[in-house]
Design a binder for this molecule. Sequence first.
Ligand code: VG1
Ligand code: CO
Length: 556
Amino acid sequence: VTIKEIPTTPIEGQKTGTSGLRKKAAVFSEGNYLANWVQSLFSALGDESRGEAMVLGGDGRWFNKEASQIILKLACGNGVKKMYVGRDGYLCTPAASAVIRARKAFGGFIMSASHNPGGPNEDWGIKFNYSSGEPAPEKITDAIYGFTQTVSTLKMADIPDVDLSVCGVTKFGDFEVEVIDPVEDYLKLLKEVFDFDLIKSLLSRSDFKMQFDAMHAITGAYAKPIFVDQLGAPPSSCVNDEPKEDFAGGHPDPNLTYAEELVKVMFSASAPDFGAASDGDGDRNMILGNNFFVTPSDSVAIIAANAVECIPYFKSGLKGLARSMPTAAALDRVAAGLGVECFETPTGWKFFGNLMDAGRCSVCGEESFGTGADHVREKDGMWAVLAWLSILAYRNKDVPVGGKLVGVKEITEEHWAKYGRNFFSRYDYEGCESDPCNAMVEALRAKAASAKKGDKYGDYELDYADDFEYTDPIDGSVAKKQGVRFVFTDGSRFIFRLSGTGSSGATVRMYIEQYEADKSKQGVDAQVALAPLIKIALDTSDLEKFTGRNAPTVIT
Ligand code: VG1
Ligand code: CO
């Protein structure tokens, strides 16, 4: 195979955010934008990836097909020996993590901008994951960024495009491309984690109905093979389950705003018993019951509390739990109950991997609809859905058909009654101008620095305020400026941070949490319970003055 040395010049701004590099698809597909970044990755890896196998897949969005061919040529040109590629370039993010682990690959590429819309006028993204299937740590993403500033030559193999539509092996000299079924390795793993017969006993009941919404994105390729073919659900229980390059013009983010279609069905008189949706790349999930929404912070806590009993993979116990800092502390209460460690990490999945590799974390989650476990090193939407179905199946296994089923709402309320309820809400202000948002966070930082214990904020008394900083307990690396938080003496908090996954402008995220132990007060709507604290957070931040916004674009 001939390797061509193609001259190139650095392109500004190729810095990785919370989860990979994300830009407008038009930017990525222009000139050497993608090739520069991929070449810089190989330069950062040095000889590490030479002679190794790597994995490639993505969420099926526009430009993935062309991008796959560019990446294959660069991989070959930089000495990679073998590439495993999901058929049609498909691999949902957790499946990519599973394939890296199952095939003992050196690492892999995930072509996705996750929950961001797709298409020629929307977003594209790419992420590199290491050999245990985990998103690359900041050390390596910083090194890649360094190389993007000096890259001058692309090492591209002179090979033809590979047909990715059929499984099989194609060889080019010593280099090999194997197109694999995108479901197989992942399904095999899920079968090891869960009791499929137990779940099947629920999904095949005539008195249980579920609706899974793939939002026209990648889990469409997984929904039918798993829920219908393996678990006996009727085909009508999967909707929007054909992956589209532009996600049918939708915004594949499973929350109460963007998963509108599912939310309508689940909050209607004829609602199914269980509803779920996942995002563009299949790592997020939203869980709904009949006329009921489970916040992601509660969801991970409920899964953790029931895992040992209901999920075979955890039968010998949980090693520890972890959540990102803005995630409500419901999980901490479960950890305390189980007598295991609970870690508080910065936002983004990359911080959980070290804890899992060290055998100190079994289940973890984020408030942003991310839930997962140590069977892979990514959050896993399908896994979360199967975990909930396992809990429901277990709780209802002795209920005769036509009897009163224990539902998502009952399970959640029982959980609150036992552990207390952590009211939680997140406000997103999307598409703001960057400069005023940065100024607002700077001002909040200054306020936090000068705030004192005992300061009064309405009825709340300050315990401490800071900009969250995390020291990784395994490798000692430090992540600074991860969110400005004001924490009160009763554990209530508000937090502000700027999104690191957007492709332009700024998104402000405001997180509000308040604990309620009194059972009689737990049934209140979260917006009502949190209203006083929300007002205090908005006043303290001067958000309206800085951003000009008097309402968020998304409320969770
Ligand atoms: C958001 C979420 C974060 C999540 C990240 C990637 O980041 O808040 O919890 O890990 O997206 O999710 P940010 O920086 O925009 O707040 V995904 O589904 O894009 O891989
Ligand atoms: Co995602």
